[in-house]
Design a protein around this ligand. Structure first.
Ligand code: NAD
Ligand code: WQD
Length: 355
């Protein structure tokens, strides 16, 4: 089988679902920059099409088509495949807030699992058999040991994580039954940071759930201080430990994955992480260094459902593709801060930017 890379004679055309989102938009930059033609499907439920002007500015290339389509809409999704000849799919579109998933389980399964089965059906009907899927370290749940390699048992502890695990099982079944399918499922740990230009970054709606965007909003003065969820964990400084991964490393890993998509038939699963754990206080200190002033914080009780430590064993992906993350926590904070400074209210149009 040949590689799907865009380095051959004809550039490959990729369908990117959720391409306007945080990880999707950075990956679009990486893929456009490497010659791929992109068709994006997004319903903009957690993003804005304004991001594409920036993606195109950064790369000097155009996205071939953007379709405002919900991946659950079978007919509309099929029509996208009718219109374009697609070589492979990168499937980011999903709902991703863990807390919200416990309140809205049906919506989460509907979008994340239903959206994925819909996509698989459309792919089958149109003879498209190559997929890169966004999975999550959350499927490991409270594993109780680190680092976690891909053989660690799945113990999803909330509907979001369970939906991602369900997708992986569905994808494995599809690959077993249909040998023409090749699927790479990438289990991201904690992608953070931003494009180094300051043009692209993470722009959560409402109050950020995640640590790095919250810290960035404290640094810019939109929020008074960070609440640190617990300092009584069994860790060196008492705060919980995660494996933070620069979003540009995450994006790069997708480009490399596409180059290796045809290496082996069936489904393969890889962790995407740095392989090093950093505590909440480490992140606060690193962000303080990046923005030049200390980040105010207070210690509050643990957040229900949080685990002590999640760190990837990221060696499998390096063995398979010779790729590993290269950007450190200082770069993650520096780039997140640059985006926050240049876009104090994210991608809101200038008229909507508030002090
Ligand atoms: P995001 O919310 O920024 O991006 C998701 C994109 O999908 C958004 O543009 C949203 O509008 C779109 N979308 C949502 N529902 C849709 C639907 N029904 N139809 C079409 N488009 C839809 O999230 P992200 O952080 O970029 O995450 C991308 C993927 O990576 C998700 O699948 C997420 O579960 C997974 N993931 C994220 C993280 C993380 O920490 N950010 C970690 C592990 C896995
Ligand atoms: C990181 C650390 C918090 C906010 C989530 C999802 C996971 C994956 C990645 C999608 C934790 C602490 C946070 C705050 C804090 N996403 N924290 N104050 O929980 O590791 O993982 O994103 O797949 O599935 O669960 O990321 O950024 O929310 O938290 O102290 O205001 O920061 O307790 O220890 P998490 P996070």
């Amino acid at each position: 089988m040949t590689s799907i890379g865009a380095h051959g004679s004809a550039p490959s055309t990729l369908l990117v679902t959720g391409g306007a989102g945080f990880i999707g938009s950075h990956t679009c930059v990486e893929l456009l920059g490497h010659g791929y033609e992109l068709i994006v499907v997004d319903d903009f439920s957690n993003s804005t099409p304004r991001v594409f002007t920036r993606v195109e500015r950064l790369t000097g290339r155009r996205i071939k088509a953007v379709h405002d389509v919900d991946v659950r809409d079978r007919r509309a999704l099929s029509a996208v495949f009718d219109r374009h000849s697609v070589d492979a799919v990168v499937h980011f579109a999903a709902r991703k807030a863990v807390g919200e998933s416990t309140r809205l389980p049906v919506e989460y399964y509907d979008t994340n699992v239903g959206g994925t089965t819909n996509l698989l059906r459309a792919m089958q009907q149109h003879g498209v058999h190559r997929l890169v899927f966004s999975s999550s370290c959350s499927i490991y749940g409270d594993a109780g040991r680190v680092p976690l390699d891909e053989t660690a048992p799945a113990r999803p502890a909330n509907p979001y994580a369970a939906s991602k695990w369900a997708c992986e099982q569905i994808l494995a079944d599809v690959c077993r039954r249909h040998p023409e399918f090749t699927v790479l499922s990438l289990r991201y740990f904690n992608p953070v940071g931003a494009h180094p230009s300051g043009l692209l970054g993470e722009d959560p709606r409402g109050t950020p759930d995640n640590l790095m965007p919250y810290v960035a909003q404290v640094a810019i003065g939109r929020r008074e201080r960070l609440s640190v969820f617990g300092d009584d964990y069994d860790t060196p400084d008492g705060t919980a430990i995660r494996d933070y991964l620069h979003v540009m490393d995450t994006a790069e890993a997708h480009r490399v994955a596409l180059e290796h998509l045809a290496d082996a038939p069936g489904m393969q699963v890889f962790n995407l992480g740095v392989g090093a754990g950093r505590s909440v206080l480490d992140v606060i200190a690193a962000f303080g260094d990046a923005c030049g002033r200390p980040i105010p914080y207070k210690i509050v009780p643990r957040r229900p459902g949080d685990v002590t430590e999640l760190v990837a064993d990221a060696t499998a992906v390096e063995r398979a593709w010779g790729w590993r993350a290269t950007r450190d926590l200082a770069a993650m904070c520096r780039d997140a801060w640059r985006f926050q400074q240049h876009n104090p209210h994210g991608y809101a149009a200038p008229a909507q930017q508030r002090a």
